[in-house]
Design a protein around this ligand. Structure first.
Ligand code: FAD
Length: 456
């Protein structure tokens, strides 16, 4: 019997169905297994047995960073996962001491923060999580099954299952974890429900990723460097260590062309960035495989939490709710935090679950969305609501970054916010404001001119 038929033959109630077996879907299944007799995860791709790329997650070929908040949430859901990842080759390092973050003409202060990050490829992380979920006895991963539509009760008040080419799969709860291209808004409209307001920040991003062989002396022994785009240059890049002694390097441009996939052009692009850290590391590094180039037009946030009417039996999850500019590395960590939110909210029962979950998810999304939107709106061509508070925050952040070149307390506060382990307003705590003011009054000793800073 094929896997699909085996799954279909089990037409029993108290079933949850998760659509999509990427990170979001796997994390949702991890939570739901405690509340349903069985959980089916339906995935259109063939799921690899090994650590491998797959078609349905094309972003897997690009650099993926896991924020400290995401690491903590994953560890809460899968105890000892970090240990397992490190045994499989993932690289652990202090996020303030072994990373280089270039802002406003200099690097943020480096010091031992005690906050560790884990660096690895996206396929390694997904395969490890998939193995954990696969081992749960009442979760069934059903691959090569594409969900075509949702089935609803005759009064359309409840979603009762999903339809695939093989027929209808009844379920008590459906989780849409199909990513950015989620069809839920369209399907809701067909059922006569209002569709969520969609917020967009148009960033016209082009990016190219290449892998290189990593030697321990490169990047001065550090594990990562991030060089954000400046408003005038619009080009940036990131380099991260990975398993198997590799670097993954992604270079990008807002509203322009990213680097060609050609190696010489890729290196020349790295050389054109506002700082030389990435170029220095890859100028004579051996490339591995071919480069991959992609485009990302806009960050998108769907405001499900504001809907006045929503059918029971359905929730939307992960990138299907919010898909952020990938350069900020937030999506997987937000999905992991949403899984913890789902775990809390489902304890209150299935009645009103969607409303409670969407409210909790919105609170999780607020901070990363604000970080992404504000940073991207520094680029003049970015299209999005450039409110007075965004302008003020960006003005303040540039001062904070300058003061953070020498002040470890400021750098630590910043790392905590971008790693989503502290709320954004913590950067406005009186102690931090005082340090920012003080740091900007002191004369600079690093030879960076004021005009260069204004340009940045
Ligand atoms: C270029 C890029 C770089 C990124 N870098 C980072 C990073 O550094 N750090 C980070 O945290 N996040 C990053 N992200 C975001 C991250 O990839 C996602 O947040 C993460 O994968 C969780 O998304 P998801 O599971 O909700 O959706 P997705 O990963 O998009 O997965 C959707 C799944 O649903 C399946 N599917 C779709 N439709 C159907 C259907 N009809 N029937 C059955 N199955 C279906 C797909 O095959 C796929 O497996 C990046 C994203 C991009 C685009």
């Amino acid at each position: 019997m094929t896997l699909e038929k085996e799954c279909l033959s089990k037409g029993i109630p108290e079933r949850a169905i998760v659509i999509g077996a990427s990170l979001g879907g796997l994390l949702a299944a991890r939570v739901l297994f405690e509340h349903f007799r069985e959980v089916f995860v339906l995935e259109r791709d063939e799921l690899p047995e090994t650590i491998a790329q797959r078609r349905g997650v094309p972003q897997g070929r690009h650099t993926h960073g896991l924020l400290a908040s995401g690491g903590r949430a994953l560890e809460a859901l899968f105890p000892n996962l970090s240990k397992e990842l490190i045994e499989a080759g993932a690289v652990r390092g202090d996020i303030a001491n072994r990373s280089r973050r270039f802002f406003e003409g200099g690097l943020l202060a480096r010091f031992v923060s005690g906050l560790d990050g884990i660096l690895m490829s996206r396929p390694l992380l997904e395969a490890s999580v998939r193995q954990r979920v696969k081992a749960i006895s009442n979760v069934q991963l059903c691959d090569r099954i594409r969900v075509l539509s949702l089935a609803a009760s005759s009064d359309r008040a409840r979603i009762t299952g999903v339809r695939t080419e093989d027929g209808e799969w009844p379920a008590t709860l459906i989780v849409d974890a199909t990513g950015r291209g989620s069809q839920s808004p369209k399907l809701l409209a067909e059922l006569g429900y209002p569709v969520p307001l969609e917020e967009r920040i148009e960033i016209g991003l082009s990016y190219t990723t290449r892998l290189f062989r990593r030697r321990s002396e490169q990047l001065g022994g550090d594990l990562m460097a991030v060089i954000p785009a400046t408003p005038s240059g619009k080009r940036g890049g990131v380099i991260l260590a990975q398993e198997d002694d590799r670097w993954t390097v992604t270079l990008w441009s807002y509203f322009g062309n990213g680097p060609d996939t050609d190696l010489a052009d890729f290196r020349a692009f790295a050389r054109s960035l506002p700082a030389s850290h990435i170029y220095d590391a890859i100028q004579d590094a051996d490339p591995i495989g071919e480069a991959i180039a992609s485009r990302f037009p806009a960050s998108v946030r769907r405001r499900y939490e504001r809907l006045k009417a929503f059918p029971s039996g359905l929730i939307v999850f992960g990138d299907a709710i919010s898909s952020f500019n990938p350069l900020h590395g937030q999506g997987m960590s937000v999905a992991a935090q949403e899984a913890l939110a789902l775990q809390r909210e489902i304890r209150g029962g299935l009645d009103g679950l969607a409303t409670r979950f969407f409210r909790s998810a919105a609170k999780i999304i607020d901070t990363p969305w604000r970080i992404t939107a504000s940073a991207d709106l520094r680029i003049p061509e970015t299209v999005g609501p450039r409110t007075t508070s965004v302008r003020l925050m960006n003005w303040y952040m540039s001062r904070l970054h300058r003061a953070g070149h020498r002040d470890a307390a400021i750098a630590l506060a910043f790392h905590k916010v971008v790693n989503l382990i502290a709320p954004a307003p913590s950067l406005l705590a009186p102690g931090i404001i005082f340090r920012v003011v003080k740091g900007n009054l002191l004369p600079r000793s690093d030879g960076v001119s004021r005009s260069a800073l204004r340009e940045a």
